[in-house]
Design a binder for this molecule. Sequence first.
Ligand code: GLU
Length: 410
Amino acid sequence: MSSSSNPTSAAYKHAIKELGLKSNIASTLEMPDRELTVEVPFRRDNGEMDSVIGFRVQHNNTRGPFKGGIRYHQHVDIEEVRSLATLMTWKTSLLDIPYGGGKGGIGVDPSKYSKTELERMSRNFFRAIDPIIGVNIDIPAPDVNTNAQVMSWFMDEYSQTHGYTPAIVTGKPLELGGSEGREAATGRGTAVITRETADKWGVDLKNSKVVIQGFGNVGSYAAKFLHEYGCKIIGVSDVTGGLYDPDGLDVPSLFEHNSQNRTIDGFNQGKKISNDELLALECDFMIPAALGSAINKSNVDSLNCKVIIEAANGPVTGDAANKLWDRKIGIIPDILTNAGGVTVSYFEWVQNLQQFKWTEDDVNEKLETKMVQAFNEVFELREKNNVPMRIASFMVAIDRVHKAYALRQG
Ligand code: GLU
């Protein structure tokens, strides 16, 4: 990704300047601590051997163990994993949870493999990264195309050699030490941040118009909670295309349909529209909850919303962000919006370490407190320094890591 299209590196530079940090500190904090590339051989169901390439990047552990998900996607490469690992450092710092940042991935399209093939691939990948992970070293979690089942295989594989160790990964099923509220956490956090944004931007949340691009774990739960707040979800999409209803979609039925079919396709309400038409819908909140760079040079001019709420990681490119700033369209950045996932991952890890279990209400209340606290901190800095929310978020995050770094090195 070039620096003009990479929103993280542009925001990083801007935040460093605002904070007045020296360039040697800036490059130390930007550089990943460690990068591991592994070959992952595994047996296909037909008995033949196959192999894929996997990565784990450990960006920074100044404030705690490396933390971040593992994604399975054909576009995964070392650069993408590096940039996502860096985002995790700023995300955990912004939320003030005691972690650093890391990320992993396998460059593979998981839909091309059977469940048993994915299991063998996942177990072998986890064995390959075993030398650099640990409950106080690096704790993986789900990301794009990985889920509680994949985490179960990881946890089992690790426990075979190290003894029963649920805290080695988060995002596990409840039966294996997962936390109440973890599955819905990223979507719930996104809804909380949208609510807080509506308040500051003077939008009446009830009856506000929301469009959500992507209806996976994050998008579907965000839709559910925003609908419960009274928002009108007028458009949603997934890989099969979009659905539009100006009066608001029936979200509970759509959520149910999607849970059963793993797609919104075939839902019996709303007009079918393309992804481009979806992005151009007039609305208060546009929530990209799919993959990176969804809003870019080619489609940014068609956007017709008040604020973009970045539920995916890196959904708005750097040059698109500049254009949106000129048009006074707000962007609430990914490291704030989607931090609910890693925050409840932290709660899960704490429960595992203490062999204790909190109720769903406990978890949701703690999540809410953390998200609102981070939002307010960022918003105050935005007002004080007259900078976009993304820059203010990076400033809070970098400042916290830098202070810890200075104390440890000084
Ligand atoms: N993959 C999620 C993220 O990008 C969650 C990471 C975690 O829970 O460690 O924030």
